[in-house]
Write a protein that binds this ligand. Structure first.
Ligand code: TRP
Length: 330
């Protein structure tokens, strides 16, 4: 038997997932699970770096993000899905790695800098500053070879590789050096055409939105503001709906853009076509969502068995880590 390469990636549980998440990461991991030994997890400890004061919604958010992933096509038969905080070995590894990562290295991490600005942190908590170390533990407890991430995560991947090399050098070469697998999809713009699709911006279509809500949002989407009548000649390059066609309706998009330019299709009809394409994508997700919520406790069972499997791997790795460090006492 040839052993497949292992991939690992995770999401912070910050609420329901939208089309931007689908295009940027979910779609990719759904594809990858057929080819790789796939581990996906909910980064609830990492969520605490910014939400430690509000833990009341965390449990619901963990289940929400799991259900969104599974509805999007992540197959629990193929993918090991687990909860970060339920793998105590991740915390153990974090402590060991922390000994040889300097505060200066962490401080210079551009993603940490950008995020601390975004959250308005002048004085960083120890956990926040150090979360890239915890991320290294996430990746290495199961010896992942590849890590599907967005561009903002590259500094963390660089640190991960550095920690792995250092560990292997200091003690024994037990850890493989993981590689980032960058998603090649550009960021999806929000329906307002202004920014990226974002939870806080109110401009997103959620994977769990019913058809009527999707239609309502698409109808309100920004098009070419210079176009008043359906017969006006339009400029698709400034139209959000055109951008969405190129992502979700790529075969029809060139023709629709052409007809927009010569004024032979109006925005209302064009939006109808987009709704149809989005339905093709979202309807099977709704079906899977219904299937997995029909019996209560199914998502919990998936998370529990995935966590149990990940835990066994973590314990095995921990034995090797402790042996390498010469701290296997008994
Ligand atoms: N930091 C990632 C994010 O904010 C989530 C994450 C945590 C992660 N640990 C990871 C991603 C390990 C990949 C591998 O999106």
């Amino acid at each position: 038997m040839t052993t497949r390469k292992r991939i690992l990636t995770g999401d912070r549980p910050t609420g329901k997932l939208h089309l931007g998440h689908y295009v940027g990461s979910l779609q990719n991991r759904v594809r990858l699970q057929d080819e790789y030994d796939t581990f996906v997890f909910v980064a609830d400890v990492q969520a605490l770096t910014t939400h430690f004061e509000r833990t009341d919604r965390l449990a619901a958010d963990v289940r929400q993000v799991a259900l969104d992933n599974i509805a999007a096509g992540l197959d629990p038969e193929k993918t090991t899905y687990f909860i970060q905080s339920m793998i105590p070995e991740i915390a153990e590894l974090t402590a060991f790695y922390s000994m040889f990562v300097t505060v200066n290295t962490l401080r210079h991490n551009p993603t940490i800098k950008a995020e601390s600005q975004q959250y308005g942190y002048a004085d960083l908590s120890y956990g926040f500053l150090g979360y890239p170390i915890s991320q290294t533990a996430d990746i290495t407890f199961c010896k992942a070879d590849l890590v599907p991430v967005g561009e903002d995560q590259l500094p963390h991947m660089e640190l991960t590789r550095k920690i792995v090399r250092r560990f292997n050098d200091l003690y024994k070469p037990v850890l493989p050096e993981p590689q980032a697998l960058l998603s090649d999809c550009p960021r999806l713009v929000g329906l307002d055409g202004k920014a990226k699709m974002g939870k806080s911006l109110g401009n997103g279509i959620y994977l769990s939105d019913p058809s009527a809500v999707v239609a309502e949002k698409v109808n309100a989407a920004l098009t070419d503001p210079a176009r008043v009548r359906a017969s006006d000649k339009g400029t698709p390059s400034v139209c959000t709906v055109n951008t969405y066609h190129s992502v979700f309706n790529a075969t029809e998009q060139p023709d629709l853009a052409e007809r927009c330019k010569n004024g032979s299709i109006g925005c209302v009809a064009c939006k109808k076509r987009l709704c149809a394409s989005l339905e093709d994508l979202l309807a099977p997700m709704r079906e899977r969502r219904a299937h997995f919520t029909a019996k209560p406790g199914q998502i919990d069972e998936i998370l529990q068995s995935g966590t149990a499997k990940a835990r066994l791997i973590a314990q095995e790795t921990m034995r090797e880590i402790r042996d390498a460090m010469q701290i296997s006492y008994f």
